[in-house]
Design a protein around this ligand. Structure first.
Ligand code: GLU
Length: 289
């Protein structure tokens, strides 16, 4: 049996709460049950929202909870060269393009196309990028870049789908799922302010860290369709997936970082033991299943 490698990959945009502790617990338990490895990765590429204080607090809270990880913590902002190298590979395959659109321009374009016969396609998070810059001539792209115009880099999803061909992946609870390469449209691979994006860095890191089982919330399931697409384009193996349910508050609303009273920090300060927090996290998850 190959070694089971799982990971917990929080973004340090707030304190750990019961929902994220559950996610960490699932990943850690799956590794420990299989005699495998449990890795910790800090996903801090969104420089506007991530804070070093939160990273420190997350590490402390995980240790307090008894969720010790194996090996060194991988902090994504220390590895921009890895993501740049993989992006260059996609560029060499002719699958990416620079996009100079501002947010306002994209919104205008979507609004204008809403009444057109071929209305802008929608993804899980709303309308998708309408593809404006995909049609720019290579010489115009070069001219704008030479002029120092800000831009992000997008995946040409239609070309990528053609290059990859049909694919699928396995989610433990849901079974074999047919990959939907166009689900996120021409999504961003490198942002204007950061030389990578969530989709690119998570895919590259799961590969470089040898992750074999990705456990994470079912809110991320739509993204898995394009992570597997990137894996195929870049020649990576596809791990097994287990998307778990999300813990809700007593009113049924999904827990989020804004729910301050359910942070691990506040539970700890109110005298709750680590065993009790772990028990509550598992019970809350089981209650909604
Ligand atoms: N960094 C993501 C988050 O905190 C998790 C990504 C993942 O597990 O793939 O929501």
């Amino acid at each position: 049996m190959p070694l089971v490698v799982t990971r917990f990959a929080p973004s340090p945009t707030g304190l750990l709460h019961l929902g994220s502790a559950y996610s960490a617990l699932v990943a850690r338990n799956r590794a420990r049950e299989a005699g495998g490895r449990f890795l910790l990765r800090i996903e801090d590429t969104d420089i506007r929202r991530c804070r070093r204080e939160y990273e420190t607090a997350i590490l402390q809270d995980l240790k307090w909870l008894g969720l010790d990880w194996d090996g060194a913590v991988r902090r994504q902002s220390d590895h921009f060269t890895d993501y740049g190298r993989e992006l260059d590979k996609l560029d060499a395959l002719g699958l990416v393009y620079p996009c100079f659109c501002s947010r306002a321009e994209i919104e205008r374009e979507i609004a204008a196309s809403a009444s057109a016969p071929h209305a802008a396609p929608h993804g899980p998070d709303g309308p998708l990028y309408p593809g404006t810059c995909r049609h720019l001539a290579p010489v115009e792209r070069k001219r704008r870049i030479a002029a120092g115009r800000e831009h992000c880099v997008r995946l040409d999803s239609a070309r990528s789908a053609a290059a990859s061909g049909p694919y699928d992946f396995v989610d433990e609870q849901r079974g074999r799922m047919e990959g939907q390469p166009l689900l996120m449209g021409d999504f961003v691979l490198a942002r204007k302010d950061t030389p990578t994006s969530y989709h690119l860095s998570v895919t590259v890191d799961d590969h470089l860290q040898g992750v074999t089982l990705v456990t994470r919330g079912e809110d991320i399931l739509p993204s898995t369709h394009v992570h597997v697409l990137l894996q195929r384009l870049l020649g990576y193996a596809t791990p097994l997936y287990a998307h778990h349910g999300l813990i809700a508050d007593p009113t049924g609303r999904r827990l989020a970082k804004r729910d301050k009273d359910l942070t691990i920090r506040s539970l700890r300060e109110s005298g709750v033991s680590p065993e009790e927090v772990r028990r509550r996290a598992l019970a809350a998850a089981a209650g909604q299943a």
